[in-house]
Design a binder for this molecule. Structure first.
Ligand SMILES: Cc1cc2nc3c(=O)[nH]c(=O)nc-3n(C[C@H](O)[C@H](O)[C@H](O)COP(=O)(O)OP(=O)(O)OC[C@H]3O[C@@H](n4cnc5c(N)ncnc54)[C@H](O)[C@@H]3O)c2cc1C
Length: 397
């Protein structure tokens, strides 16, 4: 059995684990990244695609934003569409910021290329099986190439997503969960067709929510609200395009373009927060600690915000032997997490049809959308949250 030693053992090579490893490297802090899947798998896994300006700044200021700056699509607004009309929320005019559309797997590719480029350790197909002693001398037990290995480290960063092992390692009674399930899911597709709009369109329709998004000038990303137990096998490509056409083509003169679908899947909708996000020398980041429904496009951005807080805490610990920022990790992260939960819940509630929705609730939805799009203050609130709230603690990047 090989025994390795590092300062920070990172479990998971998603956006949280890779960004953390990268920022620590720039601060001269060693880490080892373990990822249970192959490099090819994580580099092609289709998920989020909307980056807040703060996320873009962190990636660019830390030297991994070259392709993002070149290929990312900068958007100055989004459209909310309901009752036969479209209403643009102009981020730039309302709050002076923008978002960037750049697929999560491209962020992952850029971060892996950087890590491989400076020859820092990252092991693919290396599954962490157990973490222990995380109160004193943390250890990660993992399997790689059919053999058992151990990493001894000062700290463990649990960046292993919602289904990982790290959150489960915190003893019951020392952690609580705040959770909400929504009675619907999203059916998402990727299609080889230029987006029918150059900005995202959020549609409230009596048959259910629909979202037009994109990943590049040639690739559209579209979503349909569906039942939470929906079977993807029931959705032929023709049925998906017909339903999208019905829900999206509510504005006069708008026609949805269809094209070959090359990926489709169902994403459940839930809100989840684990509290605290740390136990001893084990820290949880990103989806390992919290899940937001995708309506507010916050999942990846929150993972990067956690990384920002932990990086600062670790730098203060290693450079000045000061533990204060590490001790406040949960408190600092959760302030932002709960504001993003609130925003994601609000967007989800406003834009979806609920199974028990009666005419009264339907009219309330329309009134809320009317208010949000006609009041400058309400539009600015949406814009401020969508582009990303300012960070309330100073960062390093
Ligand atoms: C199916 C899906 C679709 C999504 N779509 C959207 C979207 O459209 N818009 C949006 O804003 N957000 C979306 N999200 C949310 C967003 O993608 C996540 O918030 C983001 O991936 C969080 O990053 P992370 O690094 O915390 O976790 P993850 O990206 O989940 O990364 C965790 C990593 O840990 C690895 N891992 C797990 N266990 C172990 C182990 N024991 N040993 C080693 N490695 C391990 C996993 O393989 C994975 O690579 C989606 C999420 C999912 C799951």
């Amino acid at each position: 059995m090989a025994k390795l030693r590092t300062q920070v053992g990172i479990i998971g090579a998603g956006p949280a684990g890779l960004t953390l490893a990268h920022l620590l490297h720039l601060q001269g802090i060693e880490s080892i990244v373990l990822e249970r899947h192959s490099r090819e798998y994580v580099e092609t896994r289709v998920r989020a695609g909307v980056l807040e300006q703060g996320t873009v700044d962190i990636l660019c200021n830390s030297g991994v934003g070259e392709r993002l700056k070149r290929e990312g699509l900068q958007h100055q607004g989004v459209e909310l569409r309901f009752d036969g009309k479209g209403h643009r929320i102009d981020f730039q005019e309302l709050v002076g910021k923008s978002i960037t559309v750049y697929a999560q797997q491209e962020v992952v590719k850029d971060l892996i290329a950087a890590r491989v480029g400076y020859n820092a350790p990252i092991y693919f197909e290396a599954e962490a099986l157990r973490v222990d002693d995380y109160d004193a001398e943390p250890k990660i037990h993992y399997q790689h190439n059919g053999e058992a290995h151990e990493i001894h480290c000062d700290f463990i960063a649990g960046c292993d997503g919602f289904h990982g092992i790290c959150r489960l390692a915190i003893p019951a009674g020392q952690i609580q969960f705040h959770e909400r399930h929504y009675p619907f899911a999203w059916l998402g597709i990727l299609a080889h067709v230029p987006p029918a709009s150059h900005e995202l369109i959020y549609n409230y329709h009596e048959r259910g929510f629909a979202l037009l998004s994109m990943r590049s000038p040639e690739i559209s990303r579209l979503y349909l609200q569906c039942a939470s137990d929906e079977n993807i096998e029931n959705w032929s490509d023709d049925r998906i395009w017909a339903e999208l056409g019905t829900r999206m083509a509510t504005r006069e003169g708008f026609a949805l373009k269809d094209g070959p679908i090359f990926q489709k899947g169902i994403t459940p909708m839930r809100s989840f927060v684990a509290e605290p996000m740390q136990f001893g020398k084990l820290f949880l980041l990103g989806d390992a600690a919290h899940i937001v429904p995708p309506t507010g496009a916050k999942g990846l951005n929150l993972a990067v915000a956690d990384v920002r807080v932990l990086t600062r805490g670790l730098v203060e610990f290693y450079q000045r032997a000061d533990r204060a920022a590490l001790q406040r990790y949960t408190e600092r992260c959760l302030r932002r997490v709960w504001k993003c939960q609130r925003f994601s819940w609000w967007m989800t509630s406003m834009l979806h049809r609920f199974p028990d929705e009666d005419s009264f609730s339907h009219q309330l939805h329309l009134a809320e959308l009317d208010y949000v799009t006609s009041s400058r203050a309400a539009s600015a609130t949406l814009a401020e949250n969508y582009v990303g709230l300012p960070f309330d603690t100073p960062g390093l990047f």
